[in-house]
Design a protein around this ligand. Structure first.
Ligand code: COA
Ligand code: AMP
Length: 638
């Protein structure tokens, strides 16, 4: 393992490896427990064991109340900065405590009890963060759905989570348009076989909505009434193994996976990561420029910064166009941000519009220490550009919705290790990362293989999928017994650095957003004129990858292919949402297949990406791939 003169990484990793229970038991001392764990790790509980069995605590208490009690009441907990509306608001820890108490009481009045699910369908406003914390406060399990998903996706999640109540905003604001959320919510509830008891709706002046009588309550009025009545919810005791939230993420089919996060291990892991991976101290300002609809938002906009007693930025805007490519530097200067966490795609967007980073000039960013990147492979060009223009370490780290925090990273808090471009550096304590071949045998350093993690996963990682232990086992544990399958492929070098090269399944990464091509294929195949289809991710300079759908139309179809292609683009946008960024549908005569009928997606991708490719030996008809190459050239795709 790589040693560095000043980094305490190697000794820290060894400390974990020698005695994981002692390591996490020590980390757990930074959390306020109601009842501490009798056993740090119970190998016999749950699917692969459970962390902190028997312990109890409350996450909202640890994220909010304990800081107020410790004298941080006047410190800013959240800074809401919304260039799309011009609004800014600072919420102190004391105010956050009051807001979560009141909203917790409103939820309780709506019938929400410990263990009930609450779906949150909201844009990046401070109320959304308060909503998550209020759920945690009363022991309810939140499930946030990203605003860029369509009604059908929301309906699928409502059906699976069976929420007692849904919290929503009337609209979200994209630079080009106001997105009316409420009609999407109404449609989703109509589509879903499961109906919530009620909805609490935040009216935004940019796009107010009509409330459904008998079902919907007005957010502001309900909170005002609860406050006037002196109501406030206290923090409820929950088991460390109780779920804090369920977050749906793309699987290989159209049915998303409900990743469960348990409350105790989550707090321990995130608190540890803030100090040791991100190198952040209480009172500092941390900014994850993501969205609460994604895991990055859950972990590093909401929970980790607050558990650490930091100030977290809630940013409703984009890296470019709101109003210019200097937006990030403005926020860093204005709010004294010490570390920014974003996706490489955001930097590519800035670099494209402002290659010389002129918008950074004149900004006082002396306090800014580190830029963290995750969500997709950090391409060396972008990393080098950022290092040069910002003059701070650019730290790539690799993780997944499932893990909730970094599998591999460069631990700033322990002392940076030498950076190797293209690598998110080394496994974090808790993760025994290995590269294996198809027979689950370890491969030598430098050899590509499947990246797996030896069980048990560390605290903070998913213990299972929501009410689907079997699907959890099948999806993640069955292929490599004793290991968790990350579904990423890559290699490790002689120094133990991990290189993550891509997915082994049909998940693609579009602008840092994880999407299922299988899900898109299901939508396209439902079009009456489509005989068969295949969706692949093709290289995109800005978004990393964008989906491209190849369709074979039914014989005898008389309508023009370009008309049907437009319908397909609309269909995916309607069913999955604009976030899918599905804009390329290409009609072909046939799909390339092996003799056994398997579609040759990998070769199609290589052709579309202009990578070197060779004719697969198993191909049924070589002419088909040549046809595809011709069509792509004609259409200028790739
Ligand atoms: N509600 C409704 N619609 C949304 C939405 C939301 N919360 N978020 C995105 N959309 C829409 C966008 O308006 C866009 O619609 P369009 O097709 O009509 O233009 C579509 O979904 C795709 O959005 P996005 O992926 O944001 O692409 P973009 O072209 O608008 O912007 C970037 C490109 C690179 C600037 C943008 O993707 C970005 O900032 N990415 C940062 C990555 C990130 O936050 N990753 C999260 C994990 S760290
Ligand atoms: P998500 O669950 O949305 O966080 O997406 C997780 C997937 O994104 C991973 O399985 C990887 O394929 C990819 N990913 C995330 N971070 C990185 C990174 N730093 N380097 C390479 N791939 C990454």
């Amino acid at each position: 393992m790589q040693q560095s003169g000043t980094s305490r990484y190697a000794e820290t990793y060894a400390l974990w490896r020698d005695d994981p229970s002692a390591f996490w038991g020590a980390a757990a001392k930074d959390i306020d427990w109601i009842r501490p764990a009798a056993t740090v790790f119970d190998p016999d509980a749950g699917v692969y064991g459970r962390w902190f069995s028997g312990a109890s605590a409350n996450t909202c208490h640890n994220a909010v109340d304990r800081h107020v009690a410790a004298g941080r009441g006047a410190q800013a907990a959240l800074i809401y900065d919304s260039p799309v509306t011009g609004a800014k608001r600072t919420i102190s820890y004391a105010e956050l405590q009051d807001e979560t108490r009141v909203l917790g009481a409103v939820l309780a009045d709506m019938g929400v009890k410990k263990g009930d699910r609450v779906v949150i369908y909201m844009p990046m406003v401070s109320e959304a963060v308060i909503a998550m914390l209020a759920c945690a406060r009363i022991g309810a399990i939140h499930s946030v759905v990203f605003g860029g998903f369509a009604a059908k996706e929301l309906a699928t999640r409502i059906e699976d989570a069976e929420p007692k109540v849904i919290l929503a905003a009337s609209c979200g604001i994209e630079p080009s348009r106001v997105v009316a959320y409420k009609p999407l919510l109404d449609l989703a509830i109509t589509m879903s076989a499961f109906k919530p008891d009620g909805c609490l709706v935040l009216q935004r002046p940019e796009g107010p909505c009509t409330l459904v009588e008998g079902r919907d309550l007005d957010w502001a009025a309900s909170c005002a009434a609860a406050r006037a009545a002196g109501k406030g919810a206290d923090c409820v005791e929950v088991a460390a193994t109780d779920p804090l939230y369920v977050l749906y993420t793309s699987g290989t089919t159209g049915k998303p996976k409900g990743v469960v996060r348990d409350s105790g291990g989550h707090m321990v892991a995130l608190r540890w990561s803030m100090e040791n991976l991100y190198g952040i101290a209480p009172g500092e300002v941390f900014w994850a420029a993501s969205d609460i609809g994604w895991v990055v938002g859950h972990s590093y906009i909401v929970y980790a910064p607050l558990l650490m007693g930091c100030t977290s930025i809630v940013y409703e805007g984009k890296p470019v166009g709101t109003p210019d490519p200097g937006a990030f530097w403005r926020v860093i200067e204005e709010h004294k941000v010490v570390a920014l966490f974003t996706a490489p795609t955001a930097l590519r967007a800035i670099k494209k519009e402002d290659p010389d980073c002129t918008f950074r000039q004149g900004r006082d960013m002396g306090h800014f220490r580190t830029l963290f990147l995750a969500g997709e492979r950090a391409d060396p060009d972008t990393v080098k550009w950022a290092e040069e223009k910002l003059g701070v370490p650019v730290v790539d780290h690799w993780w997944q919705t499932e893990t909730g925090w970094a599998i591999a990273g460069n631990p700033v808090g322990l002392g940076l290790l030498p950076v190797k471009l293209g690598s998110p550096t080394v496994p974090m304590p808790g993760y025994d990362v290995q590269i294996v071949d198809e027979a689950a045998k370890p491969v030598p350093a430098g050899t590509m293989g499947s990246i797996v993690i030896k069980l048990p996963l560390p605290p903070g990682c998913l213990p299972t999928l929501w009410q689907q232990d079997e699907r959890f086992t099948e999806s993640y544990l069955a292929d490599y017994p004793g290991y968790y399958k990350t579904a990423d492929a890559g290699f490790m070098d002689d120094d133990g650095y991990v290189f993550v090269m891509g997915r082994t399944d049909d998940i693609i990464n579009v602008a840092g957003h994880r999407l299922s091509t299988g899900g898109m294929e299901e939508v396209i195949a439902s079009h009456p004129d489509v005989a068969e289809c295949a969706v692949i991710g093709v290289k995109d300079e800005l978004k990393g990858e964008v989906p491209c759908g190849f369709v074979v139309l039914k014989a005898g179809e008389r309508r023009a292919p370009d008309v049907i292609e437009k319908e397909l683009v609309g269909l995916v946008r309607d069913r999955i949402g604009p976030v899918a960024a599905f804009k390329l549908a290409v009609t072909v005569n046939r799909l390339p297949k092996t003799r056994s009928g398997k579609i040759l997606r990998g070769t199609m991708k290589k052709i579309a990406d202009h990578d070197a490719w060779s004719m697969p030996a198993t191909i049924d008809d070589p002419v088909v791939l040549e046809e595809i190459e011709g069509v792509l050239k004609e259409r200028g795709i790739g």
